[in-house]
Structures are given as C-alpha cells and as structure tokens.
Design a protein around this ligand. Structure first.
Ligand code: ADP
Ligand code: MG
Length: 314
C-alpha cells in the first residue's frame, strides 16, 4: 500500500527574510523547495502540501487598502484575502513543482484546492486576539478605526506603529477533506489549507460566513494530516531541527522525542510561542490522533536518514 504524507511549507519556502517578494524571488524559492519533495515522491509517498501566507496576505491587505484609498475599490475582509493568497501561492507551487517533476521524468497532476476551515465563534481566542495582520497605523488612525469598526489594534513591540490584531482560533473542520484525501491517494499532488485555511463559521445553523481571523498553518496542516489519515507529517521551516535551550550556550538539537518528552519540553518553555511552539503542538496532535511520526525540519534535509526532529507516538 502507498504511503501518504502531508508536507507543510513554512514562510521560508516562499519568501526569505532579506527579500522584497518579487515574483522572480518567490518562484526561485518555491522551485528550490519543490526539488526537495523529489526524494519523498521517489520513496512512494502520495503528497498533500499545506503552506503559510504571512507576508503575502499582509501585502494583499495593503493592496486592498491602497486600492480603496486611490480608486474607491472596496477593501475586502481577511477571509477573502486568504482565499486570494491560496490561489496565487497555489499557482506558484503548481507551476514550479511541475517544472521540477518534468526535469525528474515524474508525472503527476498537481491541484490547488481553495480550502475553507471551520472555526467556532465562541472559541476563547476571539476574546483575546493575538495575531497581528496587515498595515501599520499611527495611534490616531488606529483609534479612529477601532471606534468605527470595533476592531482591536495593538502597538507593535518593535515600534513600527499600531496594527490590527485578530484571533487565531482552533481549526475544527476542513471542508472537502474527503475529496482532498481521494485525489491524493489517487496519485495527484494536492495543495490545501493554504495560510491555515480560509476562516469560516456557522453564523446560523445553515449558513457559513467568513470571519476576521488567522488560523495557524501548522495546526491546520496537522488537522488535515489526521483527517486524511496520513502516514507522515512534515513541517518544513528554516531550522534543521527543534532545540532545547535554543540559542543558549547549552543548546541541544532534538533528534527523536516521544510525545510525552515533547509535552514536557513545551511546558518547560523551550519552544517560542508563535513560531516553534505551534509546530510542536501540531506534531503532538498528529501523533495523538492516529499518526505515527511527525518531523520538523528544513526542506533540504528531506530524504536524509536523520533529518529533523522526529516526534513519535508512544
Ligand atoms: P515558519 O514560517 O516556518 O512557520 P517560524 O518563524 O514561525 O517559521 O518558525 C521557525 C522559527 O522558530 C525558527 O526560525 C526559530 O528561530 C524559531 N524557534 C523558536 N524556538 C525554537 C526552538 N526551540 N528550536 C528551533 N527553532 C526555534
Ligand atoms: Mg510560523
């Protein structure tokens, strides 16, 4: 029987810290990341790709804002902007992965699925929004918008201004997940839950609606991996492994850890909130819901025997 893997691309797969984000830069990054999927494909894995969209969705929000100011084109809400980035990033991955596969004499269809992910309006995260999104404003602008729309703004810790913060609720259910699984197990490479998925909720028992929120892409990808009963779950980021005592003199790379060790290190605060902690949580979730092993690593390590930090189910 063939094996199924979910591979979550981090921000670095698309855009590096020192880059502006031109199409040439993004295409080159995506191409490079996709070359590292070849060993997995050759090992017989069917593949579903998830990806982040942090910088991209921030830019799209800015574009909407500028369009409204300059041309009176109504700015669209975050769920709409996430959908835009699923399309544009999916397009880049489809095209660059296809270019890689042609070189490797591999034939696969590659399909991007615009993916809605259902969240709960009563999720406690909505009472305590933490995720900064979109442009920076002056305090006066932020106060005015807060009064008008009820949105919440917080001062940037690095002094760049005030920024809207939205909730990062728990992903509960992925729409069309059965079709994603079917297509992937049939050998197609599927790109789904981009940017953590488009956040939607049941505004009435029979009516879905988008909501201002950002779903963590690591958690959404791990829910996807569980729902499609993936054999492996890979989180690709810009560090080769997770570390304890990260960036301290006694820093130590983690090779293989059990779920209970992962939980202990998490409680001891070894993994930063908003970066490594959600990845560890996503791996724990996968291993506690039927998955065997999850790996956190860099794309270039894929296929190597001791790649990354492996978290295994007990
Ligand atoms: P991505 O876009 O891949 O989600 P993030 O920046 O969110 O990237 O997460 C990766 C970052 O997590 C690394 O660049 C690293 O600086 C940070 N990090 C925080 N704690 C740790 C840790 N204990 N071990 C490894 N990396 C860590
Ligand atoms: Mg991240």
């Amino acid at each position: 029987m063939k094996k199924l893997a979910v591979v979550a691309f981090g921000g670095n797969a698309l855009l590096r810290g020192d880059q502006k984000g031109t199409i040439d830069e993004q295409e080159a990054n995506v191409y490079e990341t996709c070359t590292h999927l070849v060993p997995l494909i050759r090992q017989g894995f069917d593949i579903v790709i998830g990806h982040g969209n942090g910088p991209q969705v921030g830019n799209v929000l800015l574009q909407h804002e500028a369009g409204e100011k300059l041309y009176g084109i109504p700015a669209q809400p975050i769920d709409f902007c996430v959908a835009e980035t699923q399309g544009s990033i999916g397009y880049m991955i489809e095209q660059q992965l296809r270019n890689v596969l042609i070189k490797e004499n591999l034939e696969r269809d590659i399909l991007t699925i615009i993916t809605e992910v259902i969240v709960d309006k009563n999720d406690p995260a909505f009472k305590n929004p933490t995720k900064p999104v979109g442009p920076f404003y002056t305090k006066e602008q932020a106060d005015k918008m807060a009064a008008e729309s009820g949105a919440i703004f917080q001062e940037d810790p690095r002094g760049r201004g005030w920024r809207k913060v939205v909730a990062s609720p728990q992903p509960l259910k992925i729409n069309n997940v059965k079709s994603i699984e079917k297509l992937a197990r049939d050998g197609q490479i599927i790109i789904a839950v981009g940017g953590g998925g488009i956040p939607v909720f049941w505004v009435e028992p029979d009516k879905l609606q988008g909501i201002d929120a950002v779903i963590d892409k690591d958690l959404a990808s791990s829910l996807l991996a569980v729902e499609i009963k993936a054999d492996m779950f890979f989180i690709l980021t810009d560090v080769p492994k997770a570390y304890i005592n990260y960036r301290k003199p006694d820093e130590k790379a983690l090779d293989r850890i059990s779920v209970s060790e992962a939980k202990r290190y998490l409680e001891e605060g070894h993994f930063a909130n908003g970066s490594m902690a959600p990845k560890i949580k996503a791996c724990i979730y996968f291993c506690e819901h039927g998955g065997k092993e999850a790996v956190i690593t860099m794309a270039s390590e894929l296929g190597k025997p001791d790649a990354g930090t492996v978290i295994y189910a007990e």
